[in-house]
Design a protein around this ligand. Structure first.
Ligand code: 1GP
Length: 243
C-alpha cells in the first residue's frame, strides 16, 4: 500500500501519531533506537527531517537505521531540495503557504521535483502553515506567522490549500514551541476543511495531545519529546491519551 493511502486509511479509523526524528540531532544508531522505542509506544509513522544541518549523509544513514528496526512508513520531511533520500518511503511534498520567500512556496519544489521523480519516491502533497511563535522554522522559512488569535487566517490558508488540491494541511507551531497550535484555531480549520489536518509543535504532554485530538486534528506530530531520558514512557502516555 502506498504511504498516502496508509495514512488516510488509518486517519479514517482514529487520530494518528507521527514521530519526528531530526537526523542532525543524534547518530543514526541512536535514531534507530528511538524508532524502536517509539514503535512500541504506539506511533503510526516516522517523519525524518529538521530545519538545519541536514546533509545527504546524515539523512540517508538515519533513514536506513530507522528502516532497519521498523516496517512503519518513514516519510522525509524536507527543509529544501539540497538533500533528498532515496531510502525514504515517501516525501511530504510541501509548500510553506505563508512564507514571504517564493523559494519556500515553489522554488525548492521545482528544484526537487525531478529528483523525486528520478528516485521514484512517493510524493505526498501538503500545505504547511506556520503559526505563532513559529520558532526556528518560522525564522528560516521567512514566514508571515499566523497570529494565534486569528483562526480565520488559518482557515483561509487551509481552504486555499484544499482548493489547490493538496492532500493534507500541516498546522505548525514550531519545534519546541511553549504551547501547541491553539484549540480554537484547530477547531475552526477542522470545521471548514475536508482534507486531513496534521498538527505539530509544542505537543509534549497527554493533556496537549488530548486537546489537539478533541479540537479535531487527524494526526499529531511530536519531535522534541524524544530528547528526554524517559521518552518511551512519555510517548506512550501521549499516544494513550489519543486512543
Ligand atoms: C516540528 O511539529 C514538529 O516540525 C514537532 O514539534 O519538536 O515541538 O514536538 P516538537
Amino acid at each position: 500500500m502506498k504511504v498516502r493511502e496508509y495514512l488516510i486509511e488509518r486517519m479514517r479509523e482514529r487520530i494518528i501519531h507521527m514521530t519526528l526524528i531530526d537526523p542532525a540531532k543524534q547518530t543514526p544508531e541512536k535514531a534507530g533506537e528511538i524508532a524502536r522505542i517509539a514503535e512500541s509506544a504506539g506511533t503510526d509513522a516516522f517523519m525524518v527531517g529538521g530545519s538545519t544541518n541536514i546533509t545527504q549523509q546524515n539523512l540517508d544513514a538515519s533513514i536506513l537505521a530507522i528502516k532497519d528496526v521498523t516496517r512503519l512508513p518513514v516519510i522525509y520531511f524536507p527543509s529544501g531540495a539540497h538533500a533528498i533520500s532515496k531510502y525514504s518511503d515517501a516525501i511530504y511534498f510541501m509548500s510553506v503557504l505563508n512564507s514571504r520567500d517564493v523559494k519556500n512556496v515553489i522554488g525548492e519544489q521545482v528544484a526537487g521535483a525531478p529528483i523525486v521523480k528520478k528516485l521514484c519516491i512517493e510524493p505526498i502533497s501538503m500545505g504547511y502553515l506556520i503559526v505563532e511563535p513559529g520558532m526556528r522554522v518560522g525564522e528560516i522559512g521567512h514566514a508571515e506567522l499566523v497570529p494565534r488569535n486569528k483562526p480565520e487566517i488559518a482557515v483561509a490558508y487551509g481552504l486555499a490549500a484544499e482548493y489547490l488540491g493538496m492532500d493534507f494541511l500541516y498546522l505548525e507551531a514550531g519545534s519546541g514551541a511553549p504551547e501547541p497550535v491553539p484549540e480554537a484555531m484547530i477547531r475552526a480549520v477542522r470545521s471548514n476543511l475536508r482534507i486531513p489536518i496534521i498538527v505539530g509543535g509544542g505537543i509534549r504532554t497527554p493533556e496537549d495531545s488530548l486537546m489537539v485530538k478533541n479540537a479535531g486534528a487527524n494526526a499529531i506530530v511530536t519531535g522534541t519529546v524524544i530528547e528526554d531520558e524517559d521518552f518511551g514512557l512519555r510517548l506512550t502516555e501521549i499516544i494513550k491519551a489519543l486512543h
